[in-house]
Design a protein around this ligand. Structure first.
Ligand code: HEC
Length: 286
């Protein structure tokens, strides 16, 4: 083997060793694989530079030849750089912005949609309230003196009072992202991580909701024993939720009474707690 060949081998070997060490260090520092490869490529580029240092000197150029050679060299280098760079993954701020916009757009649309739903509910509640007031007035007109009970009928509560608690509960449900695991009205968790809640108001009392939300071990939904054991339903709400939020959320859940949607039955596991399930089912609706 000639002298220059040996030196070439030595340099290539050295480059490979340095490159491998760089990969090892990058991996230990948890750099992504693409960076690890890039560091190795840098070591190889270093080898090329050292090999070039040993290359035989070029014939000196002058005049027009020198100019042409310089421009050609510049063009070649640029081509290599641009070509090489385009092979590597690029960070494009426009691309990132697009992604963020898309995320935000979905959120904004959802928020707008929910507001519209809420508006509709409010309007319905107000219309109902007007109707009850009309009916009460008519009742009074028909039999003002003979039926003192009718006259003493309590003035209907302003709809916003009861309404806003439930609306607030809906908001809390969204805020704490219960929909990540639960489905109501066909909306929410696509992966079926938790039970459907459409009819849960017929199965649990407000007290039960409060207990379940602050202490998921309180009960489990039938058919979700495994998830319950694994503690899928987060145990964090007692730290994250205020009493006001808990009250509103529980009030909202207690309005979910749609028996046509099969909703897993609760199984109470903490025996000494009074869940009031039977009492509530047999009691007339309030
Ligand atoms: C990470 C998933 C997850 C999140 C988030 C979650 N839950 Fe659950 N939840 C479950 C699972 C799984 C069950 C069934 C097992 C169990 O009861 O422990 C369940 C059960 C329930 C039940 C009992 C249902 C039944 O049919 O008996 C209620 C009520 C409930 N969750 C309400 C909520 C509310 C309210 C929130 C938001 C504050 C919430 N969950 C957030 C996973 C979740």
């Amino acid at each position: 083997m000639s002298r220059s060949n040996r030196s070439l081998m030595k340099k290539a070997l050295l480059g490979a060793i340095v490159g491998t060490i760089l990969i090892g260090v990058a991996r230990a520092l948890a750099f992504p694989p693409v960076f690890q490869r890039m560091f190795f490529i840098y070591a190889m580029l270093g080898v090329v530079v050292f090999v070039l240092l040993d290359a035989p000197a070029l014939k000196p150029l002058s005049g027009m030849d020198a100019l042409v050679a310089l421009v050609a060299f510049y063009a070649l280098l640029s081509a290599v750089y641009i070509g090489g760079a385009s092979l590597l993954p690029q960070y494009d701020p426009e691309d990132e912005k697009g992604k963020i916009d898309k995320l935000l757009k979905a959120k904004r649309e959802k928020a707008g949609h929910e507001l519209k739903n809420l508006d509709q509910l409010m309007q319905q509640a107000e219309a109902l309230d007007r109707k009850t007031q009309e009916l009460a007035a008519r009742l009074n007109r028909l039999a003002p003196a003979s039926t003192p009970e009718a006259a003493a009928l309590p003035a209907p509560k302003p709809p916003t009072g009861g309404m806003s608690l439930v609306a607030r509960g809906m908001e809390v449900y969204e805020l704490h992202e219960c929909y990540n695991c639960h489905k109501i009205g066909g909306k929410g968790s696509v992966k079926k991580r938790g039970p459907v809640l459409d009819n849960i108001g017929n199965l649990l009392t407000i007290e039960d909701f409060k207990k379940k939300i602050f202490d998921p071990a309180y009960l489990y939904a039938e058919g979700f024993e495994k998830e319950h054991k694994k503690g899928v339903m987060p145990d964090k709400y007692k730290d994250l939720m205020s009493e006001e939020e808990l009250d509103a959320l529980s009030a909202y859940l207690s309005t979910l009474k749609n028996p046509s949607v099969e909703t897993p039955k609760p199984v109470f596991v903490k025996t000494k707690v009074e869940h009031g399930l039977l009492r509530d089912l047999s009691a007339p609706p309030q």
